[in-house]
Each structure stands twice: as C-alpha cells, then as structure tokens.
Design a protein around this ligand. Structure first.
Ligand code: MAN
Length: 491
C-alpha cells in the first residue's frame, strides 16, 4: 500500500494532481520558479505549496487535490480524476481523502490518494459500462423498430385518409354535376307539366295527401319531443355521474353511476337517417299532390277517382317510358306522366343535393383530420384505436392517445392537441364543485406503451407520464452513458 503514495506524488511532480489536462499549463512556474494564485496573481507561492494541505489562494487554486480551501460563495470546487482507461470525471473536493472510495466518480481511486486506500477499479467499471451500453443499445434499437412500425402505420393511415379525401372530393363534384343536371331537367319537366292538360284528380286527393303530411309531421314532432325528454333525462344522470360524491356510500347512486358509465361507453352513435327519410317522404307527397296548379282541381274526391289517380300514378311508375313526349296522345295519362316526372326528378334532385351535402361534410371532416398536428412523422396516427389499460393507485386508467382518457368510467378528457412530446386532453366529466376534468400526458421513450405515473397537481387536472416507443430517437453512446450508474456492489 505504501508504494502507491509515491506514484501519485511522482505524478504530481510531472503534472499537478486534481487539475484537468487542459489546465495543467496554468500551474507552470514563472521565470523565477515561482507560481501565482490563478485569480489573484499578487499572491506568489513556491511550487511545493501547491496541494500541501494549506490554503493560500482565496480562489482555492493552490489546493486542487485537497479540501483545504473553503468553497467560495458555496459553489463546490472540483478535483479531476483521470480515470485512465475510462472517462475522466470531476469530484467535489470535500469528498477527497475522507476514507470512502468514490468509485462512482473516480474509478481510479485517486480521490483517496493520501492513504492509497482505493485500488484502481476502472477496468471493472468499464466492463459494467460496456454491458450497460450494449443493453441500452439493444433496448433503443428494439424501441426504434417498434417506432418504425408505428410510423408505417401512421403513413398508411394518412394515405387512407388522403384516398378517402380524394374520393369524397370526387363524390362531391359528381353529385354537384348531377344536381345541376337535375335542376335543369326539373325546370323543363315543370314547364312541360304546366303546359300539359291536367288529369282530373280532385281536391280530395290534396286533402288526403295533406292529412298524410300532417300525420307524419305530428309523428315527427312527437319523436322530437321524446328525444328532448330523453336528452333531459340523460343530462340529469350525466350531472349526477359527474358530480356525485364518491365518498358517500349510497349503493343506489353508485349503481346508477356505474350503469350510466356502461351506457355511455356502449351507446351507438345517433342516427339521423330515419328523420331524413320522413322529411323526404313529406316532400315527396307534396310533390305528388301539391305541385299541381289550383285550376286542375276539378273533381270531388270519391273513392273511385282517388283510386283511379293512385292507380295511374303507380302504373305510370312501372310502365315502359315513351321514347319522347311527342308520341304521347294529348290526353289525361300524359298529364299524370308529367306530374309524376316532376315528382321523380324533384326526389332525385333532393337525393343528389343530400349527397352533395354529405360529400362536402365528409371532405371538410377529412381535411380537418389531415391537417391536424400529430407529432413528428405524424406518428400519433399510428396508435389510432389503440388503448392502454393500466391500474394506477386506486383507479384503472384507459388511455387512447388519439381518443380519450378514462379513470374507471369517468371521462378525464378527449384528445385536444399535441405540442412536442405533450398530448393534451380536455372536456372531461365535470369535477365535484370544480372544473371539467383535463389531462396533460407527457410522452417519454420506452419499449412499450406504459403509464409511468399519474398525479393530480390541481383538482381534476391530471399529469400523466407515459412511456411509448413513439417518441424514441436514436441515441449516441455518449447520451446513453449519461444514465449509467456504477453498481458499487459488483466491484
Ligand atoms: C374522483 C376522482 C379524483 C378527483 C375527485 C374529485 O374521486 O376523479 O381524481 O380528484 O373525483 O372529486
């Protein structure tokens, strides 16, 4: 053990112990063989006063390898360990020669240079480091592979959306062209109908049609009323769901809240098709019975003339269409045909207009989805529809990065945007006496999707740390090395 001390002293003679290689020149003596404190050159010392365990320079520059000098302004002063064969590091000077081997920083044991207590273990530390780097490289490369797959999925999802958008735009323009053509045809058919002699279906038919319309209207209103009542009831239960006191042990309330949660999760989207169908039917009836000029109403409605009217309408629908109107005899059936044609074209026009509207809505929805920011490489699109379900503390969290977050059955928030590695969720269930729930999810690189922590710094505002390969980037060995910790037990 004794022979180690001269090794360090000998090293100090050639170079000053505890000083970075690049700063060694600052310790060269002047032409008189004297040395000056670094920040106060008026203080002149003999070279052997450096590292003699007595503090001469207020800046501590004469004691780089001892703790003789107090830290100026409480900022630590450092000792440089050379760590030959590994990476040089800096150790706070108060840890020098204290009887503890600080191998996590000075693997060469130079921190205990006075006693020589600590043999050099840089070789073992290097082995630990190498296997750490190997493992880290394997993890990062597997995470990057997974990320690549997500990026491909994202690319495909984007491409599918772009194709859907192209199709929707095409549908919109086809439907628009058709609607324009039908508008012209309708104008012509209306003209033809006005000029044609009229059949003798009477005002009774109009009344009859009106009755059907009124009945349909009444049903529609009733359905509307039921819908409003249902909405009110839903709002009442939703309010209970968002604001009940979970600490109050009321089994009925808890059961209601649980069932409501299930009801909301399983509820199918509202369909507006039947309503549209009713509207179409109402306007179809008005086209069949109401487009007729008042002068045409001549007969009193009887069962037989109404029967005749409907019979000719129905037969007209299925009868082979004449080549041209010119070949029609100039009598009542032609008139029925004309008014049926107006009705038919109007209906087709209405359908085409609905199709235009639907395609335009689809176009704007798709444009919106395509223009949103989903992070580098649009990567978040790759996890669309993927949910991570994990218990954290007393709740089970369900996270769909592009959808929503649930805390058990409580909606914490819906996806509202991405900013760098942070995904925001807002508009969740209202907090008891507080705001609507919201969350901020910070994504960090990890091999798989996993919740690392959930906190609630403000009531009902959640901070979630979430591991995912989505944000992994290739790392240099130096970056990986920053997280390396020496396992002292294995030295
Ligand atoms: C539930 C949970 C909690 C939240 C309280 C607020 O218990 O959503 O996270 O703090 O409600 O009342």
């Amino acid at each position: 053990m004794l022979f180690r001390i001269p090794v360090f002293i000998a090293a100090a003679a050639a170079s000053i112990l505890g000083v970075l290689q690049k700063d060694q020149h600052l310790y060269s003596p002047d032409s008189d063989g004297m040395w000056h404190c670094l920040l106060d050159p008026s203080i002149v010392l003999r070279p052997e006063q450096i590292n003699d365990g007595f503090c001469d320079c207020p800046d501590g520059s004469d004691e780089p390898a001892t703790h003789a000098c107090p830290y100026p302004a409480n900022e630590p002063l450092f000792f440089y360990c050379e760590n030959k064969g590994f990476f040089p590091r800096l150790l706070e000077r108060h840890k020098l020669n204290d009887g503890v081997c600080d191998y996590d920083v000075c693997c060469d044991g130079s921190d205990e240079w006075k006693s020589g207590l600590c043999p050099d273990k840089c070789e073992q530390v290097k082995q630990q480091y190498n296997s750490y780097i190997q493992e880290a490289q394997a993890k990062v490369s597997s995470a990057l592979d997974t990320r690549k797959q997500y990026a491909e999925k994202a690319q495909n999802a984007k491409q599918t959306l772009e194709e859907k958008l192209a199709k929707a735009r095409q549908d919109a323009s086809t439907a628009t062209a058709l609607a324009t053509k039908l508008q012209q045809e309708l104008k012509q058919a209306e003209k033809d109908a006005e000029n044609a002699p009229q059949d003798n279906a009477g005002p009774g038919l109009q009344e009859f049609g009106q009755k059907i319309q009124e009945t349909l209207d009444a049903y529609k209103q009733q359905a509307e009323q039921h819908k409003n009542e249902l909405r009110q009831l839903q709002n009442m239960v939703a309010d209970l769901f968002a604001n009940y006191n979970p600490n109050f042990n009321d089994a009925a309330v808890k059961r209601c809240v649980k069932l409501y949660g299930e009801y909301v999760s399983n509820k199918a989207d509202e369909k507006s098709v039947p309503e549209l169908a009713v509207d179409n039917l109402i306007s179809e009836i008005s086209l069949v019975i109401g487009n007729r000029p008042a002068s045409a109403i001549s007969a009193v409605p009887t069962f037989s003339n109404m029967w005749h009217h409907y019979y000719s309408q129905i037969i007209g629908l299925f009868a082979p269409q004449p080549e041209s109107t010119q070949s029609q005899p100039d009598d009542a059936p032609r008139s029925a045909g004309n008014s049926k044609k107006v009705a038919q074209i109007s209906l087709e026009l209405k359908r085409a207009e609905n199709a235009v509207q639907a395609a335009k809505t689809e176009v704007s929805l798709l444009e919106d989805r395509l223009s949103r920011n989903y992070g580098d490489d649009d990567i978040l699109r790759g996890v669309e529809g993927e949910w991570t379900v994990q218990k954290w503390s007393e709740y089970t969290y369900k996270i769909g990065l592009l959808d929503a977050i649930y805390q058990d059955t409580t909606l914490v928030g819906r996806f509202s945007g991405v900013d760098g590695n942070v995904v925001q969720f807002s508009g969740g269930n209202k907090c008891w006496n507080g705001p609507q729930r919201s969350a901020r999810v910070e994504l960090v690189c990890g091999a798989e999707q996993k919740i690392v922590s959930v906190s609630e710094p403000e009531k009902c505002q959640y901070e979630i740390l979430f591991e995912t390969p989505l944000v992994c980037k290739s790392m240099s060995e130096e970056e990986m090395g920053k997280h390396f910790v020496v396992d002292l037990d294995r030295l």
